[in-house]
Design a protein around this ligand. Structure first.
Ligand SMILES: [Zn+2]
Length: 62
């Protein structure tokens, strides 16, 4: 079990795998960072992929 906090706020999430952690984050983003989600829609797929890989690298390094 690894714990990593949200990249926007200080809220922490625990999961066994990055995929699980990402699922928790999706729910959290939609509930607490709706404005950010709206902005994210305008971002390119490459930016989204980069975010994913950066977060995954961080998670794996824990
Ligand atoms: Zn957050």
């Amino acid at each position: 079990m690894k714990t990593m906090s949200c990249d926007i706020c200080e809220k922490k999430f625990s999961a066994d795998s990055f995929d699980e952690w990402f699922k928790l984050m999706q729910g959290h983003y939609m509930a607490d960072h709706a404005a950010f989600m709206e902005q994210a829609k305008n971002k390119s797929k490459e930016e989204g992929m980069k975010w994913m890989s950066d977060m995954k690298t961080k998670f794996e390094a824990l």
